[in-house]
Design a protein around this ligand. Sequence first.
Ligand code: SF4
Length: 393
Amino acid sequence: MGQRAATTLAARASERRHIRLSYSSINTYETCPAKFKFQFEDRVPRSPSPALSFGDSLHRALHLFHNRPVPVAPSLEELHDMLEAVWVAEGFSSESEETMYREHGRQVLAQYHRESEATYKIPAALEHRFTIDVEGVEIAGVIDRMDRIPGGGYEIIDYKTNRRLPPQARIDTDLQLSVYHLAAKEVWGIEPERLTLYYLLPGQRMTTARTAADVDELRRRIGVVAERVAAGKFEPRQNPLCDWCEYQSLCPLFRHREDKREADPAPRMTEMVDEWISLKRTAREVYRRFDELNPMINAFADEHGYRRLFGTDGAAIDRRVQHITSPIEEKVRAILEPLGLWDSVLSIDTAKLNALIESRTLSPDVEDALLASREEVRTQHALYLREAERVKR
Ligand code: SF4
């Protein structure tokens, strides 16, 4: 390794050393670096919400349920009393909303009790806080529970209060479980055989495991996020969760709406925005109707062998054959390469390159080099309609 490269690596390692992350902060960074900054760097206070209080209450009640010196499950009544004792009464908009959530919590725990009473045992670990060093980055977290499993081995269990089960593929790459796997290895020197997310609402477990290759991938992800944080890269990244983001009032994406809250800086422009939205909705309706009419018209013309279908004022629909083809790379290559023409049809896919840069999975050096490698031809903005019911705040 050259001296310069070694110096750069050493500098990066020292920058990372002051960074403390968790699975949740890494997840947040990968979703949106600006949100990460608001939440974990600036520590902007978050407002309590029914969902957060509900999840917190269930976690606390289950901690009490499993925190016993004897392998005998507390009764359902005791479990319900535990929920009452630890209930987090914050963030509810009314007493009736809180009562509804509390009743739901009791039902969820009743289902949990039914499923776990017979197999109840003393856990190997309960709400275990850990801090581990990964590539010079401090990774902190809390493991809800770890059980010994029959035949030896261990299972890490984390409770979830999502309504819907994710696909198994997402569990197989879930960042939280990868971090817990690594933590178990570092803290206790064991490799858990099972990593489980226990979805309390549907009452279902989803289980997976991790390999050495998964751990390498985790180390890479942590390294990339730590480097980007150290480099101060906190750009907002529009994503499907923006409509539920707690930091909308601070985000550039929502600045126009925030500015308008005081007083509309340009009412005439708001009229134009309204006009644009109205036209876009009409256009959508028009294309939706085209999609309905096209197959019926084509079917009729096919059946009767018509090339052109006439309306009442003389105008007609012209049908033209379109052959949609896609080149087969190996075949094209086999023809063009011997002729020395293969390079002439190769080009960089700009959309794929942009997607790679915007994926925030590259190290800052590589990302900066790729950004600098692009020549700006022109800047333009495509406009899309976003319906109001999705923008809640
Ligand atoms: S609204 Fe979207 S882009 Fe803005 S901070 Fe939140 S997640 Fe990021």
